[in-house]
Design a protein around this ligand. Structure first.
Ligand code: AMP
Length: 505
């Protein structure tokens, strides 16, 4: 059954941990207890409020993973609305997101990319965040008395993220505190998280997976989060050995990188068994699941998440309940259904669009009535993914209705790439598309028709000027004409097959 909203703010979520229990840990950092984290977040949020940044204001954050990012996120969401951004964006991308969210301020650390600062719009204020020797975070804002009047309520927008839409402009997804609290609590229930657990956060904290599954679900259960500076296949087992996490959540690509290096870490792996391993955000090939379980000696639970649902929509359950390779499990606190085009909920076993409902699902896209009409039908949210419920009610995903490239969990709008390619003077037509890839799941390619001389290298350089590395097409195929279907429509989904491109590795 779908859970009604958990009426709670992120600050309330932090209240569940014992005062002296560790909340945030990181390599070469002092440990931050729950009491210290709560006080730190309250103090920083009060400073933001006193500086004139309050509810409804958007505060962009551009920094790598670590306790600074986690604390900045809590402070921004408590005082205003956090807008975490991928620090790998190019200047143009930062500028787009600042403008699109109407960001009033940007929180950075000394290590934040120069492009994030360079892209700031007139009137935006930069806030420098600095880690203190006791593990707390400081903003370069004047001291302020602790006044919680301006702090968020459960109904306020905690954060704003983007998802790729049906145009090259991504859609804004405003996520309320109660949505996040509900999702964190669903995840806690799925994996029976307790203060005895510890999660190792390797997922980026600008993505819903990292924020909700790695960070919020753990803290809401009163358990600690280890926050290294992001995923690093070379350091992973050393971190595990030092901090003894009981679980971690990651995308399949990361699990595969860990498997590839498992042999040389055999002793550390044997000495540190996880209670479970979670995989989400892209399809986990059954063979990878089998190898992970055999190598790491822990159940691997594949889950299905989406930004608009504050991440988790379904997951394979803990043993003794069965986990089924090739499925994403069952809804826990979330109703999962299958719908036909006309909006009828289909019987078990039939294939259609996956729909969900529950207190974790957002109320709608911001300022986008068209997208909302298309996405919500009879109280259900349409995911744009295709699948069916098997005889045990486990969800199997079979495809995608929406135009999106899932590159190892990073979602890329092909339309954004088309748009950039079409801006090159030599390009007459452009079509970005996904090509199957052994570890990433999908890789980005593009096909172009030229109207004047250019080669692949020039076009890739052109893309690199305005697109973050992960979005740049790995190959750009120069064709005499783009293949079209019988109705004259471009065939994005079947392009790889039409061009005879074999899966890459
Ligand atoms: P995001 O909003 O970035 O979390 O992306 C959500 C999308 O990721 C979903 O709509 C799916 O297309 C895809 N996705 C998430 N989890 C899985 C999974 N376990 N298997 C296949 N696709 C997934």
């Amino acid at each position: 059954m779908a859970r009604e909203s958990v009426i709670s703010t992120l600050l309330d979520l932090l209240s569940r941990g014992a005062d002296d229990a560790p909340a945030l840990l990181a390599p070469d950092r002092p440990e931050l207890s729950f009491a210290a984290l709560r006080a730190n977040v309250r103090g920083l949020a009060a400073q933001l409020n006193a500086a004139g940044i309050g509810r409804g204001d958007r505060v962009a954050i551009a920094m790598g993973n670590g306790p600074e990012m986690a604390i900045s996120f809590f402070a921004a969401a408590t005082a205003a609305t956090a807008a975490p951004l991928n620090p790998k964006y190019r200047r143009e991308e930062f500028a787009f997101y600042y403008e699109d969210t109407r960001a009033r301020a940007l929180i950075v650390t000394a290590d934040s990319p120069a492009e994030a600062r360079a892209a700031m719009l007139p009137g935006m204020r930069v806030i420098e965040a600095t880690a203190q020797s006791d593990g707390r975070l400081a903003f370069d804002l004047p001291d302020a008395p602790l006044d919680e009047h301006g702090f968020a309520t459960p109904d306020d927008m905690a954060m704003i993220l983007h998802t790729s839409g049906t145009t090259s402009r991504p859609k804004r997804v405003p996520i309320r505190h109660r949505n996040l609290a509900t999702s964190a609590s669903n995840i806690g229930e799925t994996y029976q998280l307790s203060p005895n657990d510890r999660s190792l956060c390797v997922m980026p904290l600008f993505h819903i997976h990292g924020i909700v599954a790695s960070l919020l679900s753990s803290l809401a259960a009163g358990s600690a989060v280890i926050c290294p500076p992001g995923f690093d296949g070379l350091k992973f087992w050393a971190w595990v050995d030092e901090f003894k996490p009981s679980w971690y959540s990651a995308v399949p690509t990361m699990h595969q990188l860990l498997l590839a290096r498992a042999e040389r870490n055999a002793d550390l792996i044997a000495a540190n068994r996880f209670r479970f391993i979670r995989s989400s955000s892209a399809a986990l090939p059954p063979v990878v699941m089998e190898r992970l379980e055999a190598t790491f000696g822990a159940p691997v639970l594949e889950s299905y998440g989406m930004t608009e649902a504050s991440h988790q929509m379904a997951s394979n359950p803990l043993p003794p309940a069965p986990r089924k390779a090739g499925t994403v499990g069952i809804g826990i606190g979330v109703d999962v259904g299958i719908m036909d085009e006309a909006g009828n909920v289909l019987p078990q076993g039939e294939k259609g669009e996956v729909v969900v409902r529950g207190g974790n699902v957002v109320d709608g896209y911001e300022n986008n009535p068209e997208a909302n009409t298309a996405a919500f039908t009879r109280g259900w949210f349409r995911t744009g993914d295709q699948g069916y419920l098997d005889s045990d009610g486990y969800l199997a995903l079979t495809g995608r209705l929406k135009e999106l490239i899932n590159r190892g969990g990073e979602k890329i709008s092909p339309l954004e790439i088309d748009d950039v390619l079409l801006r090159h003077e030599a390009v007459a037509e452009a079509l970005a598309f996904a090509v199957p890839h052994k570890t990433l799941g999908e890789e980005v390619h593009a096909a172009v028709v030229l109207k004047s001389e250019a080669d692949e290298r020039v076009l890739r350089e052109h893309c690199a000027a305005s697109l973050a590395d992960f979005k740049i097409p790995r190959r750009i195929h120069i064709l005499a004409a783009l293949p079209r279907g019988a109705t004259g429509k471009l065939q994005r989904i079947t392009m790889a097959k039409t061009l005879g491109l074999a899966p890459e590795s």
